[in-house]
Design a protein. Structure first.
Length: 77
């Protein structure tokens, strides 16, 4: 999974769940995860954008959902 912040609770929780299920887990630094600190809900931030930027954000989100292809590898002992 890409773009998981190092301090995120997702990282150790997911790693442990996968190990418990018998998967080998390797964490590799790929790139800096972009972070924006929002003063409220994400939806409020999107609503604050102008029409063009709202459209761009929606298109990028749709691309991420379409292109998401999680890969799990299981190595047998």
């Amino acid at each position: 999974m890409c773009n998981i912040r190092e301090e995120s609770a997702t990282l150790p929780g997911l790693s442990q769940a996968l190990r418990t299920a018998g998967f080998e887990v390797e964490q590799v630094f790929q790139e800096v995860c972009p972070v924006i600190r929002l003063g409220g809900a994400f939806e409020n931030y999107i609503e604050s954008l102008d029409k063009k930027n709202r459209h761009e954000a929606a298109a990028q989100d749709a691309d991420r959902v379409r292109d998401a292809r999680p890969r799990l590898a299981h190595r047998h002992a």
